[in-house]
Design a protein around this ligand. Structure first.
Ligand code: DP6
Length: 355
């Protein structure tokens, strides 16, 4: 990086984009990013590489246009800290943030940046329910990847940011992408998400519970790989479903997209239930919502159910039917609200690095 000198006495040049002369010790470098959750139509469940978070099969998702995570990363020299929704965190979630920041710092070392030795203050606001199957780790790590890369001065394109976000949480790789994303399996280099063309569709969120789930996705995936006799069939059938899904998306075939989505979600929950001991993320209300959606279809209202690793259900439908679907499902929700979500924007900076 080019070296500058500061003409103002007792100040030093903060060697970053939009650099300025600041008093010694006041080179604040921060960046703020926003990312949205994504809901998988073809699910990711299983890792080929635990450390690098490379999946056993590809997956496909819709990025939502609400429930954002907004994250500010400010470089400091006082140790990493993590604050989420006004609460300072230590323990597992803070450790995951530090492990992720270590990765960002190692990229900064490789890029020869003088930020590489700095720690970071991470302040996040999450507008969706955290860790209850509303994909908060996806929006969380996607926002963190974009904000941290910018604060540390890394110049990464969307593909590299997707690979980086993947290392925080696999599904986060897809939240980098606008609207619909396919996340490729492969290896560390080739496992990233990219856009896939798909018709406009709506997701109706049916939150039936907001508590933290008992078994994290990470633990659930390990248990599945170790104990489910159906795991090999899940891997091969997911690859086939993904190929069918990409083709259905590209030809704008909402009916096939919906049928594949619901079937794949049911397969994933059946797979997870087949662990020993069994793991169950859906509760009786979730099942009732799946049944209600099937009943609506019988009556000619085209909607399809899906759920991630938690009890909350999403109904995939045509935009013009979304209000009918939401009105029909609102009675099952915890807070009497069934929000209509549309395809949203990939993770992006809302305030670039300063100093
Ligand atoms: C059920 O991305 O949360 O939502 O990579 O271990 O952090 P880690 O898992 P995570 O798993 C999400 C699983 C899922 C399905 C999906 O989003 O594809």
């Amino acid at each position: 990086m080019e070296d500058f000198s500061c003409l103002i006495p007792d100040r030093r040049w903060c060697r970053r984009e939009r650099a300025r002369c600041a008093p010694e010790g006041e080179c604040v470098t921060s960046a703020t990013a926003r990312a949205y959750p994504n809901i998988a139509l073809v699910k990711y469940w299983g890792k080929a590489d635990e450390k690098l978070i490379v999946p056993v099969a590809g997956s496909l998702s819709m990025t939502l246009d609400d429930f954002p995570t907004t994250t500010t990363v400010t470089l400091t020299d006082g140790g990493d800290t993590f604050r989420l929704n006004e609460v300072d965190h230590d323990g597992t979630s803070a450790d995951r943030v530090t492990v992720f920041l270590d990765l960002v710092r190692s990229l900064a070392v490789d890029a020869g940046l003088d930020t590489a030795h700095l720690s970071a203050r991470v302040v996040s606001t999450n507008e969706g329910p955290t860790a209850a199957g509303m994909a908060s780790s996806a929006s969380g790590f996607a926002a963190l990847a974009v904000a941290a890369a910018s604060a540390y001065g890394l110049d990464l394109d969307t593909r590299e940011l997707s690979r980086l976000a993947r290392r925080g949480s696999g599904s986060a790789s897809r939240s980098l992408i606008d609207r619909f994303a396919v996340w490729h399996a492969g290896d560390d280099e080739s496992s990233y998400a990219e856009a896939v063309s798909a018709p406009d569709m709506a997701m109706v969120a049916v939150p039936v519970a907001t508590g933290e789930k008992a078994v994290s996705s990470r633990q659930g995936m390990i248990a599945t790989a170790e104990t489910s006799p159906f795991y090999p069939a899940w891997i091969t059938s997911t690859q086939e479903t993904l190929t069918e899904m990409i083709a259905a998306c590209e030809r704008g075939d909402v009916t096939t997209i919906g049928e594949l989505t619901e079937n794949h979600a049911i397969r994933m929950h059946a797979l997870i239930a087949s662990c020993r001991p069994s793991i169950r993320y859906l509760n009786p209300t979730s099942i009732a919502v799946f049944d209600e959606i099937a009943a609506m279809r019988q009556e000619g209202v085209e909607a399809y159910a899906t759920a991630d690793a938690g009890p909350n259900v999403f109904a995939l439908t045509r935009p013009e039917l979304a209000h009918i679907v939401a009105d029909r499902l609102v009675g099952f929700t915890k807070d009497n609200e069934a929000k209509i979500l549309m395809p949203g924007q990939g993770a992006h900076l809302i305030d670039g690095a300063s100093a």
